[in-house]
Write a protein that binds this ligand. Structure first.
Ligand SMILES: Cc1cc2nc3c(=O)[nH]c(=O)nc-3n(C[C@H](O)[C@H](O)[C@H](O)COP(=O)(O)O)c2cc1C
Length: 232
């Protein structure tokens, strides 16, 4: 197959695709007047709704950071929790994202659940958990997750796939024989939200967008949330 064929097939495939076709999507109603005062509770409701609707891997998200030159970067990570402390994910401190977050601890997160035409966006400063937090996070997970973390070197140049195979085999052995092993660079991060937007897709394109904005109080406990609708 030559490159022209590939390109033609690509464009044909692209043209056939739609968002929110009724075969895979059931757009739920969303009344922005009937929501909690703060976004975490609504996120929990939407997330469990996404799971119930059969969304594939609803706990994966796009994590955007910026590098020292102000250039944006983005990748997929897994959600490890959401509570009053923020949205939690974990990674290696020495990775590209880890270095970007050390330099500029701000992030944006994006979730998309196509089964319901729902998107959630989160922005805010990022805090780094303690070593105990990272340890607890790592050991609450599967041996595969531990093995993957033990491989380390994330985002460094890899000399060959053989080098990875060797390191991975050693990491699996260690994860299985030493389930309490710790990957030193493993770090738990939390995004403390300053803005959270809930987007509900609508068949007639009258999408509902509801944004929560944090208004600083005297201390964190006194913070309040302003809710506003946005044009789609
Ligand atoms: C579905 C999925 C889940 C992932 N989850 C994580 C994760 O939780 N933590 C992580 O460090 N990388 C995760 N990755 C890998 C990242 O997308 C990325 O390749 C890696 O973290 C290196 O990113 P960086 O070079 O920007 O630091 C995941 C990738 C996919 C496709």
């Amino acid at each position: 197959m030559d490159a022209m064929d590939d390109e033609r097939r690509f464009h044909e495939a692209l043209r056939t695709l739609r968002v929110w076709d009724t075969e895979h999507t059931e757009l739920p109603g969303f009344d922005p007047a009937d929501v909690p005062e703060e976004p975490v509770a609504l996120f929990h409701t939407w997330f469990t709704g996404a799971v119930a609707s059969g969304a594939v891997e609803p706990h994966t998200l796009s994590l955007a950071t910026v590098d020292t030159a102000g250039r944006p970067d983005v990748r997929t990570v897994m959600l490890h929790g959401v509570d009053a402390r923020g949205w939690h994910f974990a990674s290696h401190a020495g990775s590209a994202k880890g270095r970007q977050l050390a330099d500029r601890p701000e992030a944006a997160l994006g979730f998309y659940w196509p089964t319901q035409g729902r998107q959630v966006r989160v922005r805010g400063p990022v805090t780094t958990g303690t070593r105990d937090d990272a340890y607890a996070d790592l050991h609450a997970r599967t041996p595969g997750a531990l093995a993957s973390a033990l491989v380390g070197h994330q985002s460094e140049i890899l000399s060959s796939l053989d080098a990875l195979a060797g390191a991975s085999a050693a990491a699996w052995d260690r994860a299985l024989s030493e389930p309490e092993a710790h990957a030193e660079s493993w770090t738990l991060y939390r995004v403390l939200p300053t803005e959270v937007e809930f987007f509900q897709g609508d068949e007639r394109r009258r999408h509902v967008r509801l944004r929560y904005r944090r208004t600083d109080g005297a201390d964190r406990a006194a913070d309040t949330w302003t809710r506003e609708l946005l044009w789609p």
